[in-house]
Design a protein around this ligand. Structure first.
Ligand SMILES: [Zn+2]
Length: 168
């Protein structure tokens, strides 16, 4: 899926963590922003992704990694979590968990793609919900189901839950 879709999913995942954790209201804006940012990180392995084109080592990472393999796995998500907690020990845990949720939302949303993720890296299988769920429940990147339906639904949900956090 594309960056705006993943950013919205990352925000919603972060909101879920913030809501379940009963995070103080002051944490919500930064937690949601961190979730959105983390939601686009896994696609650093794609040559045309936002991070790949803008980070100093983005293109190097893109060349070293196959798209939707390591960065789209449970292992990468766990390593990202460990790294964040090591890097920012002074940051409240709920914000770090919201960030990790944003990252993992990317991995989960890409499960809708027929190409799938190497979710269980280092095991070689590309796993996709498209193997059990038909179109239009699962669909390719840039399909109208992503651009028109999923992306808009996610962004409407983001706006609704920011305006009315009790929906979470
Ligand atoms: Zn991806």
């Amino acid at each position: 899926m594309m960056g705006p879709t993943h950013a919205a999913a990352g925000m919603i995942a972060a909101e879920l963590v913030l809501g379940v954790s009963h995070a103080p209201p002051i944490y919500w804006p930064i937690g949601i922003a961190l979730g959105a940012a983390a939601g686009i990180i896994p696609d650093i392995d794609h040559p045309s992704s936002f991070l790949n084109q803008r980070l100093p080592l983005g293109s190097t990472a893109g060349m070293a990694l196959n798209h939707r393999h390591f960065t789209h796995s449970i292992v990468a998500t766990l390593l990202f979590s460990v790294y964040l907690h090591w890097l920012w020990p002074m940051v409240p845990g709920v914000l770090l968990n919201a960030t990790v949720a944003g990252y993992f939302s990317h991995v989960m949303i890409d499960e809708l793609n027929p190409e799938g993720d190497q979710l269980l890296w280092p095991l070689p299988w590309m796993i996709s919900l498209a193997r059990i769920l038909p179109y239009p429940i699962t669909f390719s990147t840039e399909d109208w189901m992503e651009i028109v339906i999923l992306r808009n639904a996610l962004w409407i949900l983001v706006i609704l839950t920011i305006v009315q956090p009790k929906l979470i």
